[in-house]
Write a protein that binds this ligand. Structure first.
Ligand SMILES: [Zn+2]
Length: 784
């Protein structure tokens, strides 16, 4: 090898960087392979390996020297038969192969064969069949020449589709050719011609294809299928001789990269570099049975490259990356590994570390240069302890005043789920908004389990409490369960159970109620959406109860809600049994009778006054005033404004008297109903409110003839002094005015004919009115 070929003489930094990229694979790799430098870079790589091998042989013992020399020779041969274009120089290859030919009597080969010595040959020729993406290694095995073939660059899919490292086996196939065949005239020429052609010419069939717009096109970015070498050539050579050859192979965990960004051709790891590594590893491991030698040489080669990079002052991060890769390989050999070359490696690593350290120190110095800290420090530090820091002082004082962590962080639940049991009735008022659904659920549970126990401790308020609860629950459940038929059905069931409890209590207290139908349409309960067995069982009980309550009642004759002043009306019949109400009526009538007596006296007194005034006026004549008319000069007279006769007449006419209206309806039965409504028993009121809630709101039934006429007066307002209790949902109202209101300013005495004009009957016509729905009560009707 000429001295000028020694690496890296004459190589520029970009060539060296390119070699580092292939050998070390640092994180920052080129993104394209368009530069066209690949072939010259491969040449430089080959020179680097040869230089490193020459250096390395100075550091190995004699046992290994032969192996290293042989490897070096193989690389030199590789270099010599490699043409400028990267393809094989067939002429040179033929020369090399001829030099082995035993026909040439001076060759060693012939000499050994004549002496019948079974020698281990030093023949080792790596060939790069560039255009086929294949490598061939020619070796000799006893009486045969062995050709081992393999793929070089893996496909893009294999590189990018593999997680971790790509494991590959070399060689892919091997074939042996007997030496006597090899020596036949013309064989070497034909063989080398074929290889040269293959290394130069690409074949369309071996190129990868992509389909573009239905047409199959060659994908230049992917690698060529090496089948022409690994399969076709193999098959042709095999046909010459039937000897197949089993060779040991090596497996390599290779790191490959395919990178392209805004580039036509991708950057990939050099195939020549792979061919070199496979050749060296196969050679060292197989022919010389030395598994460590390859690894040791790779460390040496990398260190050789690092030394070069450091001398050429490559960037710090690249040097650091190279150092760490070498260090990792050293570590794999073991801490106590010893070899003659190891001193060289440690020396280079130390040099590089020192170099990096120096660079760092330089960077630190540069940054510090312009800052004058001395002057600065004088300005911000207080000269003595007197410098005031009022906010800091306040903060330090506040430390003592801090509360115990524990007391500050006591957990306060934003709400607590109320616990209900049979001993008390739930309270649904003032529930926190976010807990309402849970509270409702707890209440439903109470109705299911504890209601029947709670109602056993009955007192006069029990029914009212049940109604208030049902109303409260109804309002909340409508709001919370809106749009959820299942929950609304459970709410309906719950309210109906509350009603049932109330109904049982009131029936016990007022047996008369049992004769009146509650008018709840039990068939509507079929439309409830209930899923659990428990709910369905409760529903069955409820339905049976309601149907039982409707049997044999007066419902056909008289509605408990709307019937007023009828002999079958509940109020009329209740009145008949109630001394309380009869007494109330007596009181009202007694007071009214007394009032009537006074009114009669007042009437007669006013009639007498009227007659007197009229009489006195009759005796008088009109008074006139006389005056002189200024235009005519005659004396005229006009009726005096203070004529006493006329004053008396006016006085008589202006006499009025307030009418007395009988407080109760004239019809006896209506009076009884009205008396009942003046003092409705509280449990009956609760029952009626609750039943209306169930029918009208929960089961959504309307009043059949619902009209909303003008309400003029109500019983509670008209007889407010006798009315007890709160106003009920269903109350008696009148569409006609009372006589008292009609004659609000009194009746003129002169128009009265007798005392019957003053002592009038009751003018109100009562009907039941639903004050919640603002309409008159009639029979319920299912809503369409
Ligand atoms: Zn007069």
């Amino acid at each position: 090898m000429a001295a000028s070929d020694k690496f890296p003489d004459g190589d520029d930094n970009s060539t060296i960087l390119s070699i580092i990229n292939h050998v070390f694979l640092p994180p920052q790799l080129p993104q394209n392979g368009d530069s066209g430098r690949t072939i010259s870079d491969d040449g430089a790589l080959l020179r680097l390996v040869i230089s490193a091998l020459q250096e390395f042989r100075c550091h190995v013992n004699s046992a290994r020297l032969h192996a290293v020399d042989c490897a070096e020779k193989a690389m030199v041969v590789f270099q010599s038969i490699r043409a400028e274009s990267g393809s094989i120089d067939g002429q040179k290859l033929a020369e090399v192969l001829h030099s082995l030919d035993s026909d040439n009597d001076v060759s060693l080969w012939a000499l050994f064969e004549k002496m019948d010595i079974n020698f281990r040959s030093d023949i080792l020729i790596p060939l790069h069949i560039a255009a086929q993406n294949a490598g061939i290694i020619i070796t000799q095995n006893e009486g045969s020449i062995v050709l081992e073939t393999f793929e070089l660059s893996p496909t893009n899919e294999a590189v990018m589709g593999t997680i971790g490292r790509l494991q590959r086996h070399f060689p892919a196939s091997a074939v042996s050719i007997p030496i006597k065949r090899f020596r036949e005239s013309g064989f070497i020429q034909a063989f080398t011609d074929t290889l040269e052609k293959m290394s130069r010419q690409e074949v369309a069939e071996a190129k990868p294809k992509v389909s573009k717009k239905g047409e199959s096109q060659i994908e230049e970015r992917d690698t060529t299928d090496p089948f022409l070498v690994t399969d076709f050539l193999h098959a042709v050579l095999l046909a010459l001789d039937r000897d197949t050859m089993a060779v040991s192979s090596i497996s390599k965990n290779t790191r490959e990269e395919v990178l392209w960004k805004n580039a036509f051709m991708p950057w990939r790891r050099s195939p020549v570099w792979l061919l070199i590594r496979v050749t060296l590893q196969l050679h060292f491991e197989r022919l010389h049975s030395d598994t460590l030698l390859y690894k040791e040489f790779m460390i040496f080669l990398m260190t050789y490259t690092l030394d070069m990079a450091q001398k050429r002052e490559f960037s710090s991060d690249l040097l650091h990356c190279m150092m760490s890769k070498i260090a990792r390989r050293l570590k794999k050999l073991g801490d106590d590994f010893q070899a003659p070359w190891i001193g060289n490696v440690h020396g280079t690593l130390k040099q590089t570390r020192d170099c990096l350290q120096q660079r760092w120190e330089l960077i630190c110095k540069e940054k510090d240069a312009g800052v004058d800290l001395k002057d600065f420090s004088m300005r911000i530090l207080p000269s003595d302890a007197s410098e005031p820091y009022p906010r800091l002082d306040a903060f330090i004082r506040s430390i003592d005043a801090r509360q115990d962590e524990e007391s500050v962080n006591q957990f306060k639940a934003p709400w607590v789920l109320r616990k209900y049991d049979a001993s008390s009735i739930p309270d649904l008022r003032n529930l926190p908004d976010r807990s309402i659904v849970l509270q409702l659920s707890a209440f439903e549970r109470w109705v299911e389990t504890s209601l029947s126990l709670w109602v056993q401790k009955v007192d006069e308020n029990t029914c009212s409490q049940l109604y208030d609860l049902a109303k409260e629950y109804y309002d909340l459940s409508r709001k919370c369960y809106s749009g959820c038929p299942e929950s609304l059905s459970i709410a309906s069931l719950t309210i109906l159970e509350l009603w049932m409890a109330c109904d049982k209590l009131v029936c016990d207290q007022i047996p008369l109620l049992k004769e009146y139908s509650p008018e709840i349409p039990a068939e509507l309960l079929q439309s409830l959406l209930l899923h659990s067995k428990n709910h369905l069982e409760r529903l069955v009980l409820l339905e049976a109860y309601i149907r039982g309550r409707c049997v044999g009642t007066l419902s056909g004759l008289s509605s408990i809600f709307s019937s007023f002043g009828h002999k079958n009306s509940f109020s009329v019949r209740y009145y008949a049994q109630s001394t309380l109400h009869q007494t109330l009526r007596n009181n009202i009538e007694r007071v009214a009778t007394e009032e009537r007596e006074r009114k009669r006296q007042e009437y007669h007194e006013k009639v007498r006054q009227y007659d007197m005034l009229r009489q006195a006026a009759a005796y008088l004549t009109c008074e006139y005033t006389t005056y002189v008319n200024e235009t005519t000069g005659r004396v005229d007279q006009y009726h005096s404004g203070s004529c006493r006769k006329h004053l008396l007449d006016k006085q008589a006419d202006s006499l009025t008297i307030d009418v007395h209206e009988w407080p109760l309806p004239d019809a006896e039965l209506e009076a009884r109903s009205a008396i009942f409504e003046l003092n409705v028993p509280s449990h009956f009121s609760a029952w009626r409110n609750m039943t209306t809630l169930v029918i009208n709101d929960v089961l959504e039934c309307d009043y059949s003839g619902s009209r909303s006429g003008e309400v003029v007066d109500s019983l509670s307002g008209y007889l407010s002094s006798y009315f007890t209790g709160i106003t009920h949902r269903l109350e008696l109202v009148s569409t006609t005015k009372s006589n008292q209101r009609t004659h609000r300013h009194g009746k003129k005495i002169k128009t009265c004919t007798d005392e019957g004009d003053v002592l009038v009957k009751n003018g109100l016509r009562y009907e039941y009115y639903d004050s919640a729905n603002k309409c008159f009560v009639s029979r319920f009707r299912k809503r369409e």
